[in-house]
Design a protein around this ligand. Structure first.
Ligand SMILES: Cc1cc2nc3c(=O)[nH]c(=O)nc-3n(C[C@H](O)[C@H](O)[C@H](O)COP(=O)(O)OP(=O)(O)OC[C@H]3O[C@@H](n4cnc5c(N)ncnc54)[C@H](O)[C@@H]3O)c2cc1C
Length: 455
């Protein structure tokens, strides 16, 4: 039996970040992974979707080239070539990550693990014991009761990322982040796209103003959606899938993408048997990611925090540092940046207006329209930077819509997490002409000294 300071089960964002940081801190680590090091984010999530979105952006740029005086023509998508580009990006990062794990002297074990005692994981008949066990088995794409994924006409994001053709028409069930990103990709690839969402808005966790702007932009791009209505059934025939909604409306398309959320991978791997507290399959932890069983920790999509790769990284690092005795600060989840990488992008950090009011803040809001920003005019993007603030005080939330606003979020994150107020930011000079000026202008306007804004 091999013994380590840490046994990490699952080599996705949460698990590998924990392993890398632990090894850096001088701890001995075994990292156990059933499939590929890098997990969902690298192989079936963040990276391949963003590669497809980038290919879509280039397709749209070629369609619109004439607007910029460039003679170019969009002919068609070559999906095998798009996939080769996407797989090349993933492959290079995968190789880099494998090298990194090796260079930190982490023992990597390939195989399906099972927790057989509070400090032992069994893989391929071998037992690995640790002073600590970190559960990082991640999540899977969920479906709805009675909706069977056949992988051909009714698919999840896993299948969508390996399609070798561009569908002519798609129905996307679920208007959250993943649904909106695929809707955006397929529209750019030339498909007819319709989103069905039971909640009243697309990206419903965002500030309502951001959702409304995304809806407006999608409508303009020709992406259709049905909001506030539930799915009832789906029927597959030879050449299409037909979806019926609860109000009786029917829609048909080549494909139905089911993007109704992700559930934790926690069944039949020994978690219940070891007495770990779970709710709806999620492992329950305290603010340092400790489970109720001493020595067992859990991170990433397996626990009921934001299902984001960088949250997994943060939780993995937190656990490593706690085990090494560094006593790190718990994560403030409101301060985690969130981005939907559709066209246009939606980016936010901190509280929405509704959340700030609910928490009893005396809220003021300011929206700076990107129409007044030089770089936004050059790019031809619409959108805004909205600030939610305590009256006369701290910035409580930053909410943005527009091309490339995900890249502006790093500043929004500093503003929120360093508890800045409008004057602190208004006095910082932003480079001209950049989209980041919109961040500066919004704070100048909130501080009562607008430059390129009325009022
Ligand atoms: C389509 C899509 C797009 C996304 N885009 C983004 C994005 O742009 N930005 C972002 O921040 N997040 C994004 N996410 C979310 C992000 O991928 C996840 O939050 C992140 O991967 C979670 O990391 P994790 O380590 O908890 O789990 P995972 O990455 O799922 O890793 C868990 C690993 O555990 C392994 N495993 C499971 N059970 C066992 C077992 N018994 N034994 C051994 N190994 C096991 C699995 O094989 C897997 O590799 C996206 C997700 C999807 C699906």
């Amino acid at each position: 039996m091999a013994e380590f300071d840490l046994v990490v089960l699952g080599g996705g964002s949460g698990g590998y970040a924990c392993a890398l940081r632990s090894a850096q801190l001088g701890l001995s680590v075994v990292l156990i992974e059933a499939d590929k090091l890098g997990g969902t984010c690298l192989h079936r999530g963040c990276i391949p979707t963003k590669a497809l979105l980038h290919a879509g952006e280039i397709a749209d740029n070629s369609r619109e080239a004439g607007k910029f005086g460039v003679n170019a023509q969009f002919l068609s998508m070559d999906i095998p070539a798009v996939n080769a580009y996407k797989d090349g990006v993933v492959g290079r990062l995968y190789k880099g990550l494998q090298g990194l794990v090796k260079s930190r002297n982490i023992t990597f074990v390939q195989g399906h693990g099972r927790l057989v005692s509070p400090n032992t994981v069994e893989v391929n008949g071998e037992k690995y014991t640790g002073k600590n066990v970190v559960l990082a088995t991640g999540s899977y794409a969920r479906s709805l009761p009675g909706l069977e994924i056949d992988g051909k006409r009714i698919i999840t994001s896993d299948h969508a990322l390996t399609l070798d053709y561009a569908p002519a028409s798609v129905i996307v069930l679920g208007g959250g982040v993943i649904g909106c990103e695929f809707a955006s990709v397929w529209k750019s690839f030339g498909a007819e796209v319709r989103i069905i969402e039971a909640l009243p808005h697309l990206v419903a966790l965002e500030d309502e103003s951001s959702s409304k702007q995304l809806e407006r932009a999608f409508r303009k791009r020709g992406i259709s959606f049905e909001l506030g209505i539930k799915f009832q059934s789906a029927k597959v025939s030879d050449d299409k899938v037909t979806v019926t909604l609860e109000d009786g409306k029917e829609f048909s398309a080549d494909l139905l993408l089911v993007a109704v959320g992700r559930g934790p991978v926690s069944a039949n791997i020994g978690y219940e048997e070891q007495g770990i507290t779970m709710e709806r399959g999620y492992v329950i932890v305290d603010n340092k990611c400790r489970t109720n069983v001493p020595g067992i920790w859990a991170v990433g999509d397996l626990i009921p925090t934001l299902q984001l790769a960088h949250v997994g990284f943060g939780e993995g690092i937190l656990v490593a540092e706690e085990i090494a005795g560094l006593n790190p600060q718990p994560i403030n989840y409101a301060g985690v940046p969130r981005v939907t990488y559709s066209d246009p992008e939606v980016a936010s950090v901190g509280l929405t207006t509704a959340q700030a009011k609910e928490k009893g803040h005396d809220v003021v809001e300011l929206t700076y329209d990107l129409a007044g920003n030089g770089k936004a005019q050059i790019l031809g993007t619409a959108g805004s930077v909205k600030l939610v603030a305590e009256k006369g005080g701290q910035i409580l939330g930053v909410h943005m819509v527009g091309a490339r606003v995900g890249e502006l979020l790093a500043e929004g994150q500093l503003i929120f997490n360093w508890e800045a107020n409008a004057n602190d930011v208004a006095s910082l000079i932003h480079a001209h002409p950049t989209l980041s000026e919109a961040m500066g202008e919004a704070h100048m306007a909130l501080a009562g000294k607008p430059l390129h804004a009325h009022g």
